[in-house]
Write a protein that binds this ligand. Structure first.
Ligand code: GLP
Length: 241
């Protein structure tokens, strides 16, 4: 059963997460990190970037893979996962040469997913996958559904995803999602799941119920043997309602 490690606030959880990731990188300098965007991991990424300024050699061989992307937005749209990850980590850590990512506005979305799937076949598996928890239980854009998809695919975005705060500044509405699939995530050697803030309390409670269902894709993490789940007190089910 997944058991969260609870921190007083987002800052404390992010500091632990950044230290945890740096310890992994020290153990395996060429580690392949798969990264979610979204607001939850951004403080962790900022802390990693700070460390990169102090000890750049630590990140000299790290490889990055973007977990998901809003399809149909221009790559330079401020709402894209691309822009968030580049600003937070890729540029400060100078990882552009070792960074693989879905194009947000591909001519052929299915071919773009096949390109990323091939990249992962050739360069994977993911060593550490950093995930946030969607309010509806999604991981990346693996949305609640009767069937989930194993590998990189074009996703139909849920109402909850389309209401995500990061789209507020988007120049247009995304038409679809591009995401790694559930098998890609579950084949990661280690998974770091970050859950903070009061809006994540209900989904975290559902995750911790232990019931596994495709209606709540994050519940499949119960099948993985090495998930580090960090939450803050606001997201923890024991927090006052
Ligand atoms: C977004 C992304 C996910 C992200 C999740 C949670 O829509 N598709 O990759 O992890 O939802 O986002 P946040 O951390 O902002 O709550």
């Amino acid at each position: 059963m997944l058991k969260p490690r609870v921190f007083p606030d987002d800052e404390a959880a992010s500091r632990y997460a950044a230290d945890w990731l740096m310890a992994r990188i020290r153990r395996q300098p060429s580690t392949l990190l798969c990264l979610a965007a979204g607001s939850t991991p951004m403080r962790t990424y900022a802390l990693l970037a700070e460390q990169g300024a102090i000890q750049p050699q630590l990140f000299a061989r790290v490889r990055l893979l973007k977990l998901d992307e809003w399809g149909g937005l221009a790559m330079n749209d401020p709402a894209t996962c691309e822009q968030h990850l580049r600003a937070a980590l890729v540029d400060p850590l100078r990882l552009a040469d070792r960074y693989a990512a879905f194009e947000s506005q591909p001519q052929e979305p299915v071919a773009e997913c096949a390109r990323i799937a091939t990249w992962l076949d050739e360069n994977g598996p993911i060593d550490t996958c950093v995930l946030g928890l969607g309010v509806n239980g999604h991981l990346g854009f693996n949305e609640p559904a009767k069937y989930l998809q194993p590998h990189a695919h074009v996703a139909v975005l849920s109402t909850e995803s389309l209401a995500h705060g990061s789209l507020e500044g988007a120049k247009k509405r995304p038409a679809f999602g591009l995401t790694l699939g559930m098998a890609d995530i579950l084949q990661s050697r280690h998974i770091l799941l970050l859950v903070t803030g009061p809006e994540k309390r209900a989904p975290l409670e559902r995750l911790l119920s232990g019931r596994i269902t495709t209606d709540f894709p994050a519940s499949l993490l119960q099948l993985h043997g090495d998930v580090t789940l960090l939450c803050d007190s606001k997201a923890h089910p024991a927090a006052p309602r």
